[in-house]
Write a protein that binds this ligand. Structure first.
Ligand code: 4AD
Ligand code: MG
Length: 467
């Protein structure tokens, strides 16, 4: 076969130099035709759209055409031609076809219209479907949008460790990391495990958040963000929880909670605008395929300000809803942690806009949040989104050494693990704030997918670590 430089299908579909000789490579999506011509739609992942290959049966070996089946990988040399029937304005008149890889008839993606549940079972192949091609192109784009947002605003991308000895959120949901032989664990005289023999000489886990180290960096570099995997061993089998997910955590010296809210709002709007501007074909596909309200919802977030509301006022609204006859599964009272049904009521039914809820009871939030003068609440902020509920969690941080110490003691957090964190409050402490955006929660919103397992390539959930 003549060697011609490959053209990506996304580029090819924009060209109008009909008559040019082109090479494309990709995987067969469909094949149909008559005795005279065969039409082969191939896709190379560069776009949701396929290119149609037109092959005159008379010009090709019958056996070759026969072995071109759905899923096979082809290299095609041909002439760029104007198309009338294929839904694209160009097609390729095939001159030479090479089969790079045939595809057996046990290929699981023969037909269109497999369920998302089935596709999770073949997660190693699902990126080849239109749906997952679109989702993962959008995922890439959101990562780029995030780096661009922070870079342009003078934030530094700071890498925090994945293996840690401290539990940032204090929820005890950590995966232990050990090289001890679990079949033969050495114990001390009092019966407890002897971690001096473990790899790090003490118990360690996978991190639930990069925040604590992020604070160290913010109080040096001014403004930083992390963007990496985080791990939570919470046994919640919901469409919004993963055991391994990616989080973006900006942390900014001198920002108070108002600045923090403004940053969070700008940040999400930037990502949503990027999706509409730069991923429109993929977003449109998902809109038409799964969620006819998607594009409207995305645009809705860009119009107008997010509501800013105190927790106590949020509870009043929910209590009023209950009084008016609205049924929630979980009871509503001051002091409760909001369930996603409560968050979605505020956002979808009451305000019909994203809501930033602040000043939560200290008992339901982490130790590091700035304490309010009322002695009951802390300067927490959660950003609540339509269809998702909590998409961001953050706060202004407690900058006062004594207040922070008091809280740490109240909660019984082991001090020996925290000395380095407390040093930020001893050596030039400053007001500062930050938050964490769940990357997959953002993707749920931007793609309109309804299960978080469908926006990460290889989901990790209870009882599931395949692929
Ligand atoms: O609210 P969280 O627990 O906050 C923190 O971890 C803080 N240290 C962040 C900070 O202030 N720097 O988690 C932040 C976000 C949540 O709002 C949610 O979007 C996402 O992370 N998240 C999860 N996403 C998927 N699966 C899970 N199990 C998640 N847990 C939290
Ligand atoms: Mg939270």
């Amino acid at each position: 076969m003549e060697r011609i430089a490959r053209t990506r299908i996304s580029d090819l579909l924009k060209r109008e130099d009909f008559g040019s000789t082109i090479n494309v490579k990709g995987w067969v999506r469909t094949k149909r035709g008559s005795k005279q011509v065969t039409f082969i739609a191939i896709n190379d992942g560069s776009t949701i759209h396929n290119i149609q290959i037109v092959a005159d049966v008379a010009n090709f070996d019958e056996e070759l055409l026969k072995s071109i089946t759905t899923g096979a990988c082809l290299s095609v040399n041909g002439t760029l031609a104007e198309s009338v029937g294929s839904g694209q304005h160009v097609e390729l008149q095939a001159r030479e076809i090479e089969i790079l890889g045939t595809c057996g008839n046990d290929y699981p993606l023969q037909k269109k219209g497999h369920s998302l549940e089935f596709l999770r079972e073949v997660a190693h192949l699902r990126p080849r479907t239109n749906t997952f091609g679109a989702v993962f192109r959008i995922r890439h784009n959101m990562a780029i949008a995030i780096h661009q947002f922070f870079h342009e605003r003078g934030f530094y991308y700071f890498h925090t460790p994945l293996i840690t000895a401290s539990d940032c959120e204090g929820a005890g949901q950590m995966f232990q990391v050990t090289t001890l032989d679990l079949n033969d664990v050495k114990r001390k005289d009092d019966g407890s495990i002897d971690y001096s023999a473990d790899f790090f000489g003490k118990p360690t886990s996978l991190t639930v958040s990069g925040q604590l180290e992020g604070e160290l960096a913010a109080t040096a570099l001014g403004a930083i963000y992390t963007f990496g995997p985080t791990f939570r061993a919470e046994n919640s089998n919901t469409p919004r929880h993963l055991a391994e997910f990616w989080m973006i955590e900006p942390e900014v010296a001198f920002n108070d909670i108002e600045d923090n809210m403004a940053l969070a709002e700008d940040f999400i709007k930037h990502c949503v605008r990027w999706a509409l501007d730069k991923c429109y074909d993929d977003v449109k596909f998902l809109n038409d395929m799964f969620d006819k309200g998607l594009i409207e919802r995305l645009k809705g977030v860009l119009d107008g300000e997010f509501v800013r509301l105190k927790y106590t006022d949020g509870i009043k609204i929910l209590e009023q809803a209950v009084a008016d006859g609205h049924k929630f599964e979980f009871p509503v009272f001051w002091g409760m942690d909001l369930a996603s049904e409560h968050e979605r009521f505020l956002v979808e039914d009451h305000f019909k806009r994203p809501v930033i809820l602040t000043d939560y009871p200290k008992e339901i939030k982490a130790f590091y949040m700035k304490q309010n003068d009322d002695g009951k609440t802390v300067r927490a902020m959660d950003v609540l989104f339509p269809k998702i509920g909590e998409i961001i969690g953050g706060s202004e941080r407690e900058a006062d050494y004594d207040k922070l110490m008091t809280r740490i003691k109240e909660l019984g957090i082991p001090m020996k693990d925290m000395w380095w964190y407390l040093d930020t409050r001893r050596f030039g402490s400053c007001p500062h704030s930050g938050f964490g955006l769940g990357f997959e929660r953002l993707l749920l919103f931007v793609t309109g997918m309804s299960n978080i397992r469908d926006v990460i390539p290889f989901p990790r959930t209870p009882n599931n670590a395949e692929f």
